[in-house]
Design a protein around this ligand. Sequence first.
Ligand SMILES: C[S@@+](CC[C@H](N)C(=O)[O-])C[C@H]1O[C@@H](n2cnc3c(N)ncnc32)[C@H](O)[C@@H]1O
Length: 231
Amino acid sequence: MPSYQEIYEHHADRYDELVDREDCENHLGQWLDGALSSPPSLVVELGCGTGRLTRMLAKHATILRAYDGYPHMIERAQQVAALQNVTYKVSDNASLPEAKHVADAIFAGWTIGHLTGLFPNDWKSRVEAVLDGMDRIAKNDARVVIIETLGTCVDAPSPPNERLGAMYELLESQRGFRCDTISTDYEFESATAAARIMGFFFGEGMAERVRMRDTSRVPEWTGIWWRAHRT
Ligand SMILES: C[S@@+](CC[C@H](N)C(=O)[O-])C[C@H]1O[C@@H](n2cnc3c(N)ncnc32)[C@H](O)[C@@H]1O
């Protein structure tokens, strides 16, 4: 099984195979429609990947600047959809090339949490550096939104491991975020496709759990942490 870095460097097409099947009832799209009912002029997105969330956000924004640390993911996003109001650029989440107080809304989807896996000893300071960077570019009252997993192939929402749980606790108790929980189940063509595609991204243990369920639908839970920024 490839590492996340290998996937983001070389296998954007297979990543897309997974996220194309995610959130089959469009609960995230519905949340965004409610949250962005007065459309923000400039949206900045961190860790845009192959552009799934980007495409949902683009319809709400006048201008959307989407960043990802891996050029291969951005190339795929550009191939999938060239959108007039979206520009893509390579940047690490911790060093966005944006001026102070420019963004009306800032989104980071399933990207900040990676720091807890990559840096078990100093994930906290790295997460805080990304959060500080988001605050730096936010206008007063800007909507700041962080989307992360609350579990895949499980029947109830819960942080999938201790460090992610600690990161979510930090968002809520120290950084003023509130969390909305939604289901974002996957729907695949078959139970066999579900195990193959989920296994590629999440590993053999996940493939086995999906095989045990033996259904084309795999449950998933997602947390949306949001707040209005005050300068
Ligand atoms: C799970 S994917 C999520 C992609 C996209 N937001 C989506 O909804 O499908 C995580 C993304 O974060 C990017 N990423 C991971 N660490 C990063 C970092 N430190 N700086 C910038 N991008 C990063 C990866 O390249 C990948 O595209």
